[in-house]
Design a protein around this ligand. Sequence first.
Ligand SMILES: NC(=O)c1ccc[n+]([C@@H]2O[C@H](COP(=O)([O-])OP(=O)(O)OC[C@H]3O[C@@H](n4cnc5c(N)ncnc54)[C@H](O)[C@@H]3O)[C@@H](O)[C@H]2O)c1
Length: 350
Amino acid sequence: MKNKVILITGGAGFVGSNLAHMLLAEEPKELIIVDNLLSSERPMIPDSKKVTFIHGSIADDRILGELPSQLNYVFHLATFHGNQNSIFDPIADHANNTFTTLKLFETLKDFPHIKKIVYSSAGCTVAEKTFDAAEPTREDAPVSLYLDSPYQLSKIFGEYYSNYYFSHHKLPIVKARFQNVYGPGEILGAGKWRGTYATVWRNVVPTFIYRSIKSMPLIVENEGRASRDFIYVTDIVRGLVACAKSGTPGEVYNLASGTETSILQLAKLINQLTGNSTQLEMGPKRPWDNSGHRFGSVEKAKEELDFIADTPITEGLRNTIQWTKDNMDQIDHCVNKHADKMEKITAFSS
Ligand SMILES: NC(=O)c1ccc[n+]([C@@H]2O[C@H](COP(=O)([O-])OP(=O)(O)OC[C@H]3O[C@@H](n4cnc5c(N)ncnc54)[C@H](O)[C@@H]3O)[C@@H](O)[C@H]2O)c1
């Protein structure tokens, strides 16, 4: 990607900022980041002369009109984070998750120098809803018409739009279906209040790590029976770059570790790594979440992209724990800025 012009939408976010750092090492001509800082903070954007930061929504006509027609690569990561917040505010989810994708592709269809667009989709949308032994979710798994959240609907609409703009406008879009990403750079409470406790307690890994370092009890929902496929952030950004370089337009690839970890195992492992001896607390099942056991199939990405996520979970968690300790002041600041709003809601209200 040397000397190429690259756009990352949502490039101030957790995955986007990690991706930005990796892409800068490839010496692009220019790296444009468009982000409205809805779930991220400005300091997450790399400080580099190569970076142009445009503050605002990628659905905004003025911003779309400013994009240079020399764009070569686009990583579309902007999203309304995440499932719980989308249930609370489906309209905001639509505005920042579905409409963004449609408007971006509609603009890019006329750009003459695009080599690849990578759309970030979500494995949770296609995973089978089961608490029986899970099979690895393959890329060609059927998609249910009955999904758990507006976020999941938005992510799959993005895939439909990707297919439409690829088929009808020859836009070279590759879809990357992420499993659960964790790692340095995910700041609890980053950005603006989005209506639920999930503004602060984003994903399970950073939440458990933060509480564990502070010797707080980890709250394990539904006895920790659910399982997820945790993929380290450095691996996912390598996978995104592999999609951009080697992905076949029109295709979808899982970016997964292929390893299943239960939430109970995760909680125990994190407490062991931080030395937190405070007892786990059992919480109720999240009412909206029908996902049980799940993990992604890694075969297609291995064969076609030569991509393997190879960071063992213990190593990834150790790095994330260290990063969390090193950045605790900033994380505390972001968590605490929502304190008054958090007081008004109960943890399991949505
Ligand atoms: N982290 C995961 O486990 C995971 C799993 C599956 C899929 N994904 C997908 O990966 C992508 C990145 O997720 P993340 O974990 O980094 O989340 P994130 O919340 O850290 O990043 C999303 C970014 O998008 C920005 N954004 C929101 N609305 C925008 C808009 N209208 N215009 C421009 N920017 C906007 C936010 O401010 C934020 O910086 C998302 O598309 C998400 O759906 C992530």
